[in-house]
Design a protein around this ligand. Structure first.
Ligand SMILES: Nc1ncnc2c1ncn2[C@@H]1O[C@H](COP(=O)(O)OP(=O)(O)OP(=O)(O)O)[C@@H](O)[C@H]1O
Ligand SMILES: N[C@@H](CCO)C(=O)O
Length: 310
């Protein structure tokens, strides 16, 4: 369930006074989603999604909402934040940060097709290109500095074999200079549950709340590690190729980026292995964290390293 904060119809009617969206018709909680509270809101002007942020602070919202607005205006498939009459994009309901965005027609897919992987790669490249003229900077909150600090809490809790794998891989990644690779705004969490699909097309990327600056190949590797990962935690070469081909149809990958892909995939494994281990061992008190299986990314990392040694 994902309606942590209840909103009444009366509250919604009052909230809508701040917008030019016509009359309130209905409000319906959205069952999917883990972190935030989401509602479908229908007014005489159409259907929207209301998000109440359970973890992000009010002052953190403008970056993400401005980014989504910018990307949407540049033709990237993503929800468009709706501005209040004052022009402000972020709002609050009963002191909780909130926003309204346009509703997209699509659903997330558990088992994508080759064409859908191609379309995701294509849209990701469009996003990278469109982000080039968005001039607000955001450091990656889950980058090298973060994982180097956080693994110190995890290593004593892990088996010798897993701890060695984690420590050695982090050391290898930290020793590699990735700062000269093409970079800009990245989504940084483009898993299958963060893309709404309609037929063979991308209806929209959602959940931009880890978006930041980073290198483009790392972003593509995060997507490959989820979209092309089989149930046995290996990469399906054809699906990986679909993402790469789709991406390359919009933005050519340089030789340096192509060389970096194997390491980028390892970095993407570390990013999510570590965050899932932290959620497992140190569930934040008072936060609504649903732990996803950390072993998925340990197993994928091992397989990638085996393949890359051959
Ligand atoms: N703009 C949108 N248009 C249509 N449906 C949406 C939109 N935004 C969210 N949804 C629906 O709401 C569901 C939950 O959204 P989301 O995944 O963003 O939840 P969350 O709890 O905020 O994030 P997460 O689950 O990643 O922690 C999505 O799976 C999708 O079905
Ligand atoms: N997509 C992440 C959760 C949000 O960062 C995961 O599957 O671990």
């Amino acid at each position: 369930m994902s309606v942590y904060t209840s909103v009444s119809e009366a509250q919604m009617r009052a909230f809508l006074q701040q917008y030019d969206l016509g009359e309130f018709i209905s409000l319906k909680g959205i069952a999917q989603g883990v972190t935030n509270t989401n509602y479908f809101v229908t007014t005489t002007q159409g259907k929207f999604v209301l998000t109440l942020f359970e973890v992000l602070r009010q002052d953190e919202l403008p970056f993400y909402l401005q980014l989504m607005l910018h990307l949407n205006e540049q033709g990237v498939a993503c929800p468009k934040p709706v501005a209040q009459l004052t022009g402000r994009l972020d709002a609050d309901i009963d002191g909780k940060p909130a926003c309204l965005v346009t509703c997209l027609h699509g659903a997330d897919v558990a088992h994508p097709t080759w064409q859908q992987c191609y379309a995701v790669g294509e849209m990701l490249a469009k996003m990278h290109v469109a982000g080039q003229n968005f001039d607000v900077h955001m450091d990656n909150p889950r980058g090298k500095k973060w994982w180097t600090t956080e693994i110190e809490r995890l290593l004593p809790l892990m088996s010798y074999v897993d701890a060695t794998l984690l420590k050695d891989t982090v050391a290898a990644l930290n020793a590699h200079d990735d700062t000269t690779l093409p970079s800009g705004i990245i989504h940084a969490d483009l898993f299958k549950d963060n893309v709404l699909i309609h037929g063979d097309h991308v209806a929209g990327f959602i959940d931009f709340y880890y978006a930041c600056h980073g290198n483009f190949m790392y972003d593509l590797a995060i997507a490959i590690n989820d979209w092309a990962r089989t149930d046995a935690n290996q990469i399906d070469a054809e699906f990986q190729d679909a993402l790469l081909q789709g991406y390359g149809s919009v933005r050519s990958l340089s030789a340096a980026e192509q060389d970096y892909l194997p390491l980028a995939q390892q970095a993407a494994c570390i990013r999510f292995w570590v965050s899932r281990l932290l959620d497992f061992h140190f569930p934040p008190e008072g936060e609504l964290t649903f732990t996803k299986n950390p072993d998925v990314f340990r197993d994928l990392l091992l397989k990638l390293q085996q393949d890359q040694q051959q």
